[in-house]
Design a protein around this ligand. Sequence first.
Ligand SMILES: [Zn+2]
Ligand SMILES: [Zn+2]
Length: 136
Amino acid sequence: MTKLTGQCLCGDVKYTSDGDVLMQGNCHCTDCRQSGGAAFATLVFVTRDTLNVSGEIKTFDHVVDSGNTLTKHFCPKCGSQLFTANQARPDSIGIRAGTINEQGEVKPQFNVFVGSKMDCTLIDSNIPGFEGMPTG
Ligand SMILES: [Zn+2]
Ligand SMILES: [Zn+2]
């Protein structure tokens, strides 16, 4: 079990997760870049029912190339994006790693959508990288 805690910029939204980290990685897709305002998103996925959130959250749904609907969860006051969920995987949710207090637990295992990365982003060749989203 990995205890994770975090909050948005203004602190109105706080969360804890005390389950296992399912996987974690960096996503360089355009959606992640635009929604978070950063060059890429580092996402730490946990089982949805291990995530406890306090404070008001707003959500934004968008359809991605695979046809799945993704939902971004953000603080309506400060705009920090905290979570991303995929309709196709209802049991898990991704935490935006920049909001996590326990930095030592953030260890990306892969890069996805490297084909969409910003030119300035350096890719760690010590972990697997995928041009898009690996299937299967
Ligand atoms: Zn906030
Ligand atoms: Zn992405």
